[in-house]
Write a protein that binds this ligand. Structure first.
Ligand code: FES
Ligand code: FES
Length: 150
């Protein structure tokens, strides 16, 4: 089936299999490998994207469900080559190691700060509770969120 999706502000079309995930379509059909495939079961958040402004795991959404909707991936956060403040904060705070979880954490943090410009510690932890990092121990990630909020 053919789908048409507004991805990062651009109208895109793709031929997809009916059971195909949005994550697969983004990575393999639309050339956007920023969203990572780590568990494919909705457990790790590495594939987080915004679907019509709502944070979702792209591995749990069918590509067909995105037909006619808007998707923002981590590639869509930078503004004309300039890093998004959350991306800058992750770099400055040293919150990136292997980087596999980083795109999902950046998208989830951008979503949090768009809703709550000055989140509490508990709100930060809750907002990122669906994003698993196997490398950094989270302290630098939380530092990056606080830095981005500032
Ligand atoms: S790859 Fe989607 S939640 Fe892990
Ligand atoms: S930086 Fe490696 S999984 Fe998070």
């Amino acid at each position: 089936m053919r789908i048409e999706v507004a991805v990062n502000g651009e109208q895109r079309e793709a031929d997809v299999w009916p059971g195909e995930s949005l994550l697969f379509a983004l990575r393999e059909r639309l050339g956007l490998p920023g969203s990572k495939n780590a568990c494919e079961q909705g457990e790790c958040g590495s594939c987080s994207v915004l679907l019509d402004g709502t944070l979702v795991c792209a591995c749990l959404v069918l590509a067909a469900q995105a037909d006619g909707h808007e998707v923002v991936t981590v590639e869509g956060l930078a503004d004309d080559g300039a890093l998004h403040p959350v991306q800058k904060a992750f770099v400055e705070a040293g919150a990136v190691q292997c980087g596999f979880c980083t795109p999902g954490l950046v998208v989830a943090t951008a979503d949090l700060l768009a809703r709550r410009s000055d989140p509490s510690e508990d709100e930060i932890r809750e907002a990122l509770s669906g994003n698993l990092c196997r490398c950094t121990g989270y302290q630098k990630i939380f530092d990056a969120v606080r830095l981005a909020a500032r």
